[in-house]
Design a protein around this ligand. Structure first.
Ligand code: OAD
Length: 248
């Protein structure tokens, strides 16, 4: 049963004790992690969440790209420029201070890396907006300049269209990332679930993986979410406030 503790200091102490009793801690994060850096989430009720303003089938699907490639690239380039201007927040920095915690994120930004997490140690389940790749998956991928992203282009190896190296609706997750994430969640003694609505699968299913193996689930979110029912403990509030105190 989820433990909801009204007194914040008592809640913090209980969460710290839980973490300290665990050797293997894994973090599974979502858009809420970058919200305090000014990056829009997808489904928040109180903010200008992206999917309340834009249609994901038009902007984040292979069908949308086939119909209007320029519109899709323009939208991603607008997001890229926003990310280029953003800075890691206190939550990113707190996580980066703990290299022992495996980082699994649904976020396509590079704010965890810019906070100091080693690039190779962050598992990006939904890809990276920092790269373009060949739409036909010939293997070509390259890093782009987030502040000055390129317009529509062709793959230099096979001439297929280039596109952001992110996962779109209807596409499968990168196999390596998924296998690493599933393994980490199976082995986790505690899964920290940070700033995600836990509504997009298969990513959200990772919480169930930890739970089924007997690991504890500690959720930090400004609101109740799809992870609430699986939480052993839930800290309600901004992760930029909770995480520095929890992990210090
Ligand atoms: P959502 O936008 O669905 O959820 C963001 C969550 O963060 C919500 O539950 C908020 O309550 C919470 N939140 C907002 N600000 C917060 C803060 N400062 N501290 C803590 N929590 C906060 O984002 P995701 O769960 O990441 O997929 O969405 C999953 C996927 O859906 C994304 O990766 C993206 C999207 O479609 C793809 O692009 C493939």
């Amino acid at each position: 049963m989820t433990q909801r503790i009204s007194d914040r200091e008592t809640a913090l102490d209980t969460a710290r004790s839980l973490l300290q009793s665990c050797q293997k801690v894994v973090c599974f994060s979502g858009a809420g992690l970058s919200a305090e850096s000014g990056i829009a989430t997808f489904r928040d009720t109180e903010t200008d969440a992206l999917w309340s303003q834009y249609d994901p089938t038009e902007l984040a699907s292979p069908e949308g790209f086939a119909a209007h490639p320029e519109r899709v690239i323009d939208w991603y380039n607008w997001r890229r420029r926003r990310i280029a201007q953003a800075h890691p927040n206190a939550a990113h920095r707190a996580l980066a201070q703990r290299p022992d915690i495996v980082q699994i994120t649904q976020n396509v930004d590079d704010l965890l890396e810019r906070a100091g997490c080693k690039q190779a140690s962050v598992i990006h389940l939904h890809g990276n907006i920092t790269h373009d790749r060949c739409h036909q998956r010939c293997g070509f991928q390259h890093k782009i300049d987030l502040a000055n992203p390129p317009g529509p282009g062709r793959c230099p190896m096979c001439d297929a269209p280039l596109r952001p190296a992110v996962v779109w609706f209807g596409e499968t997750l990168p196999q390596w990332a998924w296998q690493q994430a599933e393994k980490a969640c199976r082995e986790a003694e505690c899964l920290l679930v940070i700033g995600t609505s836990a509504s997009v699968y298969p990513a959200a299913g990772l919480i169930q993986v930890t739970k089924a193996m007997g690991g504890k689930v500690l959720v930090i979110n400004t609101h109740a979410s799809g992870a609430s029912a699986l939480a052993d403990m839930e800290l309600i509030g901004p992760c930029g406030e909770w995480l520095p105190r929890l992990l210090s």
